[in-house]
Design a binder for this molecule. Structure first.
Ligand SMILES: [Zn+2]
Ligand SMILES: [Zn+2]
Length: 146
């Protein structure tokens, strides 16, 4: 049995090999965290966590590692509510619920069915649609006004 960290490292190693990039301790630490969490962290949140294992890592390196993961199809970059991008290590189609107050994202459980929302190719004539993103907005438990 592989541990979750070993699984993450194997996935990253394969992706780095495919795209001709190097497997580094920094990229591995960033991906291990992102792959295991569902909090959709900002680069800063990733930095603060990964720094515990790799004290020498810089925010700039974390940011570049995240962009490398996005470029290799191992992570997605999501626009945050307050200008800071958030990162998602979950690649299967799913919707997000975003808190209007703190900007945190949560995964919406249940299936994704774009056809039930809108007939995109008809309304977007002359536009090459690659994906439909639906976002639920509201207030998380910590921010909900009583
Ligand atoms: Zn909130
Ligand atoms: Zn997600």
């Amino acid at each position: 049995m592989l541990t979750q960290s070993e699984q993450s490292d194997t996935i990253l190693r394969d992706a780095m090999e495919r795209s001709g990039q190097r497997f580094t301790a920094q990229r591995a630490a960033v991906f291990r965290f992102l792959h295991a969490t569902d909090i959709h962290p900002t680069a800063d949140e990733v930095y603060r966590t990964v720094r515990a294992d790799l004290p020498g890592i810089s925010l700039g390196t974390v940011y570049k590692s995240l962009e490398t993961l996005v470029g290799c199809g191992l992570a997605r970059k999501l626009a945050g509510g307050n200008g800071s991008a958030r990162y998602d290590g979950r690649m299967d189609p799913h919707y997000h619920a975003r808190c209007l107050e703190c900007g945190r994202l949560r995964d919406v459980p249940g299936p994704v069915n774009p056809e039930s929302v809108v007939d995109v190719p008809v309304v977007m004539d002359g536009f090459a649609v690659t994906e439909l993103r639906l976002e639920v907005v509201g207030y998380c438990d910590g921010c909900r006004p009583d």
